[in-house]
Design a protein around this ligand. Structure first.
Ligand SMILES: [Zn+2]
Ligand SMILES: [Zn+2]
Length: 458
């Protein structure tokens, strides 16, 4: 394996100091020395056992803290990364900021990140020491039923079965965290890793691909077909919705309408490719229609009416496209508010439930509706007209990363960043060191900037 090393791999190894393959010899080498030898060093995987590192860990109901961990040795197909960058997804803000939020095993906070492979277990085949890899949102074993059916976003091997601890706290508590990257090191399975080879794209930008940005791109570039010149309405202008704006633009959509209550996010949406923006707080009127019948609307909704008006054809000739009642595609990236924004307005319904109904109502009779959010109250239900749901032709694509298949899609998303077709620089609002991870989540929860990214190794 060492003889297959390339110049680029040696370059990214520079400064790593320790690297490993599963052969058994041990060494500590500088990047320059590696280059002189013309190959990656051979170091035992279990040389990683006992390695000390810092990580942001949640243990029990208390707020998470940066603590020192001791790594366990790598086994099987485990991979060890030196983490370069990890994004703070809004879905974790309660875990980080609200004391008493229940937790299972002690685990490293976060889901996703990007880093350089420093060591691999003896069975690893898909990445090498020195590779830059992104931590996938979902495992992708490539063998289970769902993977074989092009739905690795639902990979069974990545989600089923017990996980094993990857490190130990000073008091002996085992620590888990196969996707947690708020840490100097990440230890995970290779099914969670996708190697990427675009050195001109920064780690902070790539880190936005796990979950948030990848989810937004996936909503426009995977399960649904956004035809050139189609109309797309996107509810929510956080990093997920803005990534959808970028994806819709790449796909050649005609009207890209962003619905977002916060002004700076609407303005950023326009810079990234939205053709129109709407403040939903200007269209809050919604009332049941008495004695509504058939497949018609059940609510008179000012926002839905306004968006229909914005996307209707300007003529009545059905043989020239008239008659469509709503945009071709409706995307939802809103969700429930876990924490109220600090200095910006909330949307009309902080539970995030009304917007799910509005998406269904707005969707045209043969159009697509893609939803991806979380955080709605546990006891909340979406209510749809039964006959529309049972006998209509609206196509609903729900959840899980917007349909992104990490191994298939992350490399092509990064190629689009490399060519400038997708601007993820604009999605990286502010970066923080590991010691300020809680602050990074606080700013994310407050929605003071579009997103925050932690750089655990500075
Ligand atoms: Zn997330
Ligand atoms: Zn699988």
């Amino acid at each position: 394996m060492a003889s297959n090393s390339t110049l680029s791999r040696r370059r990214v190894l520079k400064g790593a100091g320790i690297a490993a393959v599963g052969t058994g010899a041990t060494a500590l080498l500088s990047g320059n020395k590696l280059a002189a030898q013309g190959g990656a060093p051979a170091i035992a995987t279990n040389s990683q056992a006992g390695r000390k590192y810092k990580a942001f860990v949640k243990s029990g109901p208390a707020l998470p803290e940066v603590v020192e961990l001791t790594a366990r040795g790598l086994v099987g197909n485990q991979v060890l990364l030196r983490v370069e960058a990890a994004q703070t997804c809004y879905t974790s803000v309660d875990q980080v900021l609200i004391a008493g939020t229940p937790a299972g095993n002690a685990s490293i906070v976060g889901h996703g990140g990007v880093g350089i492979v420093e060591a691999i277990g003896p069975q690893v085949a898909s990445c090498r020491v020195g590779d830059r890899v992104i931590l996938n949102l979902h495992g992708a074993c490539g063998r289970c039923f769902n993977c074989l059916n092009m739905r690795s976003d639902k990979c069974r091997s990545g989600q089923a079965g017990p996980q094993q601890p990857i490190a130990t706290m000073a008091n002996g508590t085992p620590v888990f965290g196969r996707t947690g990257a708020m840490s100097e090191l990440a230890i995970t399975g290779e099914e969670m890793c996708t190697p990427l080879f675009s050195p001109s794209v920064s780690a902070a930008e790539i880190s936005m691909l796990t979950c948030v940005g990848g989810c937004g791109l996936g909503m426009t570039m995977t399960n649904i077909h956004v035809e050139a010149a189609s109309d797309v309405v996107i509810f929510g202008g956080g990093p997920v919705g803005l990534a959808s704006v970028l994806g819709a633009k790449v796909k050649g959509a005609s009207k890209i309408i962003l619905v977002e209550p916060i002004q700076y996010r609407r303005e950023l949406g326009m810079k990234l490719g939205a053709t129109h923006v709407v403040d939903p707080n200007q269209y809050k009127t919604r009332a049941p229609i008495p004695n509504a019948q058939g497949n018609g609307d059940r609510f008179k909704d000012a926002l839905v009416d306004h968006l229909r008006e914005m996307t209707k054809e300007n003529h009545d000739r059905v043989w020239s496209g008239a008659g469509r009642n709503g945009p071709h595609h409706v995307l939802e990236a809103v969700g429930g508010d876990k924490i109220k924004p600090k200095s910006h307005p909330q949307g009309p319904d902080p539970t995030g439930v009304t917007v799910l109904n509005q998406c269904w109502e707005l969707g045209s009779s043969i159009g697509s509706i893609v939803t991806c959010s979380v955080g709605q109250p546990n006891n909340a239900f979406v209510s749809l007209p039964a006959s529309q749901w049972a006998d209509g032709a609206k196509h609903h694509w729900p959840g899980t990363g917007g349909g992104t298949n990490d191994r298939r899609d992350s490399p092509r998303y990064v190629r689009l960043m490399e060519t400038g077709q997708i601007n993820f620089k604009a999605l990286v609002g502010k970066t923080y060191p590991l010691s300020q991870t809680r602050e990074a989540y606080q700013v994310c929860a407050d929605r003071e900037v579009i997103s925050t990214v932690v750089l655990p190794n500075g």
